[in-house]
Design a protein. Sequence first.
Length: 257
Amino acid sequence: MSNKKSMAAKANAKARRKSLRLHGTIARDLGVLIVSGRYKPGDILNGEIDASDRLQVSRTAYREAVRILAAKGLVESRPKVGTRVSPQARWHMLDPDVLSWIFEFEPDDTLLSNLFELRKIVEPEAAALAAMRRSDEELDAMEKALEGMATHTLASEAGRLADQEFHSAMLRASGNAFIVSLTSGVGAAVSWTTIYKQRQNPLRRDPIPDHQKVFEAVKASDPKAAHAAMLNLVELAQMDTTNSRKPKTKTANSARS
């Protein structure tokens, strides 16, 4: 009897894992359609029954997927109305999943500019605070992350994780709880823009020296130099990202002009 219970428990656990993967996949697919503009704010998504039949999934899986999207601010479900795509102002833009969906294809020019604008507001100030408040432990974390970036390069997942850790350690070193709360979002932005820049060609320049300058300024407890070094790092990252974008396809009218 105990063996049967054990087998049943394992089967249930496997079914739960499969269900989690399924509704996560559905949420991702719908999320990409929303952030890419295929579904626009105000659009009503298919009803639960129609959608689950069309996707050939259970109503429970579809319902859970919609809950994921609602938790990220992308949709809102109301009785007698259905599930409506929310205005962009309600999206949790720094949610790591939302960022990954945005970078699934070519991000909107304005969104990309806005993302770097945010980084230029937050990260240089955080670096300046880190120069005044960092602990030896946080400094060690930044140095170890630099070593990981140099060893693995940003072309590898290990190198990109080290890059994320560098920025995360710097935000933690700011000692500001509200800035620290942005860690996952900033880390995701750093990672996805790095992947995006390399999707067609290798990086045109090595960004590690830019990170080294930030580290040296933080280590020297020089807030002005840390601010300048981090601002320069983000501006160069934006330039690299802009240069890596696919050229706009010319319309027939523009081609004739």
